[in-house]
Design a protein around this ligand. Sequence first.
Ligand code: PLP
Length: 304
Amino acid sequence: MRDMTDYARGAAYLAGDYMPIAEAKIPVTHWGYRRSDVTYDVVGVRDGAFFRLDDHIARFRASMTRLRMTPPETDDEIRAILHRTVALSGLRDAYVAMDCLRASPPPGAPRHPAFAPSYLICTAVPWVWVASEEMIARGMHLMIPKVRRIPPESFDPRVKNFHWGDLTEGQFEALDAGADFAILTDAEDCVTEGAGFNVFMVAGGRVVTPARGALDGVTRASVLELCAEEGIPTEIRAIPADEFRQADEIFGCTTAGGIMPASRIDGRIMGNDRPGPLSERLRQRFWARRAEGWHATPVDYASA
Ligand code: PLP
């Protein structure tokens, strides 16, 4: 019997078993590791409730289908596993991941991914913020790096993935430029997304987000919903980098951060060097709606 304190740092489900997070390990020979042959999703838990749980499971299933991964668990089973993993951790605010990765083909089988079984890992660890409180208060400082986002024709960015070479390179370019985050462009010099978040710009009173080249973020969908509720016009279209640099306001959005306003882009100060009024209004509205139980599913803590 494990002592429940083993779970204080988080809990995991790995191919059928539950365990404290520190015990969740994969073989280094698995293609999930050696080839980044893995897809994942992340759902947030705040104040003991999941946000848009079914949307995350649906996107996860679509990603697995696209990569031809067939773990044994059904969507209903995945939902129950996520509840139990969070319940075991006891966390009220958690970063909850579901990963599906390919193992490696058994000895004697062809070295082809079709012969490698895929399996599920779910983890719940203490909540993390993509941008610090200070960055949210003063607005993120963004830059557009030289490195381009992997073309959608090479790997579909709507499949949440660990092919982070471009995003990681962008983070180092941002560090060298004294910025907080990089926003990558595509081969046509249009804006895509940042390392772990989608982007919006505000121009002429309209809230605009790129049409392609990025993950279909669940928070992005929530922003579009909020704008509809508030009567704010939105557009989903290509955003050339030059237009983005001249935006009235810019904000990022992600599960582990909500709406994250920016105040600088490539050294240019937007407005008064603080989060823009529309970004800040949406950010506050987002958390107010969350506090009201918007798209919330209470965690079944009794399932531990
Ligand atoms: N884009 C990328 C590359 C991401 O990894 C993420 C989330 O981790 C997002 C966008 C935001 O997606 P979501 O709002 O569904 O968390």
